[in-house]
Design a protein around this ligand. Sequence first.
Ligand SMILES: O=C(O)CCC(=O)N[C@@H](CCC(=O)O)C(=O)O
Ligand SMILES: [Zn+2]
Length: 328
Amino acid sequence: MLAEWLDQGLEGRAPSRSEGRIAGGRFRLLAPGVLELAPDTPATGARACVLSVGIHGNETAPMELLGEVLARLEAGLLRLGAPLLVILGNPEAIQRGQRCVATNLNRLFRRDLDQAGDEPDRARVLMAEVDAFYARHPGRERLHYDLHTAIRDSRFPRFVVEPFTATPTPAEQWRWLAGAGIQAVLHQHRHSWTFSHHSKHYHGAAAFTLELGRALPFGHNDLAPLAPMGRMLEALLEGRVPATGEPGTMAFFRVEHELLRHSEAFRLCFPDDTPNFSEFPPGTLLAEDAVAGETRVGDTALSVVFPNAQVEIGARAALLVVPSPPPG
Ligand SMILES: O=C(O)CCC(=O)N[C@@H](CCC(=O)O)C(=O)O
Ligand SMILES: [Zn+2]
């Protein structure tokens, strides 16, 4: 039923059952693409976990990975030990195999959102479900992993974005992420209104956007490098402490500057297929914009993450980042 729920969501079919039993607890469909797993007896120290995939409809590897974990739970190979909210982010975009339908859902997670349209409506549903889920688990530590894949190759194929908020990230997170095969961490420098930012900013959750390789069509993903990540998700689901790694194995960066597209006549001055975290020396011309003029690297080398000249006007066209010391 659980793996079927995911498949039906991907295909736009209504699920056959809206609640029932699984090993160690119950499942309940709360809204289209929103599944709650409630353990009979939460394990000591279990986190209230939100796991989201498909916020961008063409990022398929996380959906396949989560599908495997849910199938193992359903087959009785795992036993539920933690409260979980499992989210299929943008079903309409997933069915179309597109990043989004009209606008980027992952910029809309703010409580004062007043836009109309499919993605704004979906953001409001998801924010309400996450708010209600965390409210059902007062006193329990909160976690949100929002799983994505990136448009381009990357010097670090598996990395996380740590949203900017006042809430410090618990030190254990760096050990868990290293243990799950994450290779780099990027600290945001300001509020970004992404889904993981919502959970961290409004709920004090340990929350990240996880980039797990490149976005490819269903069936073309190599899930082998994501095996440690799958094991971490299984540990969280069972309420166990995940395997840990050495945070020093990860590269740490912080955002120095956000490059915005201000006009139609905007272009990035490096090839489209430039991998994430490529470094440019001082003086390099990075972008030209009819309104903002030239953007050049200053005195310190900058690396480029998520370059995309095709974004909407006013949206982020790249993050310009520098190495930063590991936390703590
Ligand atoms: O590869 C790209 O250019 C985009 C990949 C992607 O969807 N990234 C997320 C990052 C969210 C964050 O900054 O936390 C996004 O752009 O929404
Ligand atoms: Zn994405």
